[in-house]
Design a binder for this molecule. Structure first.
Ligand code: GDP
Ligand code: MG
Length: 162
């Protein structure tokens, strides 16, 4: 089957923006207000001549109770159904309690996990990523999904794990 890459993480970290960056077109719904993305949406993608499926996750209401459980459940589902998992964190905010809840799930993943430190829009912001080692998910890869910075390197790393 076509390898599946699941993009997980709490609302508003830039998952859908990253999906659009991977696709090279705008299809995933990007919103300043979290909760707009449908639950799980799959797209056909390719990089370096390799084809794969990318799954955007989300679907939480802004006022949803149990947000941490909902995000953790998506991570659990990704562990069962994906061939690689990209967990996105907002490097300008740092690790939140929800990020830590997701990391707790993903630390026991047998599926490869890639930690994407998003919103690193300039070199100056790269130092913000160091604190994300605390999530216990290995090296945080700095990316600006919005501007494309680091996206090619991230895709190379994702494909390495497939
Ligand atoms: P999602 O809820 O995780 O899918 O996040 P979205 O992709 O909808 O993005 C949430 C907000 O973060 C939007 O306002 C985006 O424009 C913004 N955003 C996403 N990626 C970046 C980035 O690399 N840099 C900056 N500065 N903003 C970003
Ligand atoms: Mg989204």
């Amino acid at each position: 089957h076509m390898p599946v890459v699941a993009i997980v993480g709490r609302p508003n970290v830039g998952k859908s923006t990253l999906v659009n960056r991977i696709l090279g077109r705008r299809e995933a719904v990007v919103e300043d207000i979290p909760g707009v993305t449908r639950d799980r949406v799959s797209y056909a993608a390719s990089w370096s001549g390799r084809r794969f499926t990318v799954v955007d996750t989300g679907g939480w209401e802004p006022d949803a109770k149990g947000l941490q459980q909902a995000v953790a459940a998506q991570a659990e589902l990704a562990m069962r159904t994906a061939d690689a998992i990209v967990v996105v964190v907002d490097a300008t905010v740092g690790a939140t309690a929800t990020d830590e809840a997701v990391a707790r799930v993903l630390r026991r993943s047998k599926t490869p996990v890639i930690l994407c430190a998003n919103k690193v829009d300039s070199e100056r912001l790269e130092s913000d990523t160091a604190s994300l080692w605390s999530l216990g998910l290995g090296e945080p890869y700095p990316v600006s999904a919005a501007h494309g910075r680091g996206a090619g390197d991230l895709l190379d790393i994702i494909l390495d794990k497939l």
